[in-house]
Design a protein. Structure first.
Length: 260
């Protein structure tokens, strides 16, 4: 997930306050103010004040977005049509023709991928994470998921306590939203869940999401939470979140290293 803010007075007059937009993003990923406060190690009242303000420091916005599993995509748009990427995730200067081979990449930062981000981090209990990586579990269940998600990205598997590490990846083959009886009937052999646990998980809903996975494989080494926090500003999602650019870069690098 990325959030862009264009520094234009007229632009800000026509939209909700920055704080209100941050609140909408938090609610979109299913987090409470208390969740964000705990991740930032501040009181809940601090988050409440942030979400009511229209003037916030960029450092505050960046920290808030990292806490909800996002990142700040900050660009300067010049009158000449040039766009300068200012943040440390990606820095690229595009002149009038974006397809021109005269594009300049500022030193020290990788150029961003033009493809939309379809990589998702899932928080998964150790028992189920192990079954995914062994190929025994090929469907992951979710009460909610992105409505317009296009398959084709990576499912990054964050194995929850007591492991607390990114342990593997799988390819997202397809995503279905089905009525619960149909979901159970068609895929019960693929998600390794007992019927009573299935009913309990989806209590109160008529439909659920089936995320089809294939080509699962463990990472060459587990990337533990302490390292993920330092290198990527990572906070584990309650259910799922889009992978940040820094996390995608780290996973790509680790996969390229091969087995230790």
């Amino acid at each position: 997930m990325q959030a862009s803010f264009r520094m234009s007075l007229d632009h800000f007059k026509s939209i909700d306050s920055v704080g209100l937009r941050l609140r909408h993003l938090r609610e979109l990923v299913g987090l409470t103010q208390l969740d964000v406060a705990e991740r930032l190690k501040v009181g809940q009242t601090v988050i409440s004040r942030i979400e009511k303000r229209s003037d916030l420091l960029l450092s505050t916005i960046r920290s808030y977005l990292i806490a909800i599993g996002g990142s700040l995509d900050m660009r300067a748009v010049l009158e000449t049509g040039a766009i300068v990427q200012l943040d440390a995730i990606a820095s690229k200067l595009s002149e009038a023709d974006p397809s021109s081979d005269q594009q300049l990449t500022l030193p020290g930062f990788p150029a961003p991928s033009e493809a939309p981000n379809r990589d998702v981090v899932f928080s998964i209990h150790p028992e189920h994470a192990d079954k995914i990586l062994k190929g025994e579990k090929t469907v992951e269940l979710r009460r909610r998921f992105a409505e317009e998600f296009e398959p084709g990205g990576l499912a990054m598997i964050y194995t929850t306590s007591p492991v607390k590490a990114l342990t593997g990846v799988a390819k997202i083959l397809d995503v279905e939203r089905l009525k619960l009886p149909t979901l159970w009937k068609e895929h019960k052999e693929k998600f390794c869940v007992q019927k009573n646990d299935f009913d309990s998980y989806f209590a109160g809903l008529e439909r659920g999401y089936a995320i089809h996975l294939n080509e699962a494989q463990p990472l060459p080494r587990p990337i533990y939470l302490d390292e993920l926090r330092v290198r990527c500003g990572f906070a584990p999602p309650q259910s799922f979140q889009y992978a940040s650019a820094s996390l995608r870069g780290l996973v790509s690098y680790e996969r390229a290293q091969g087995p230790n």
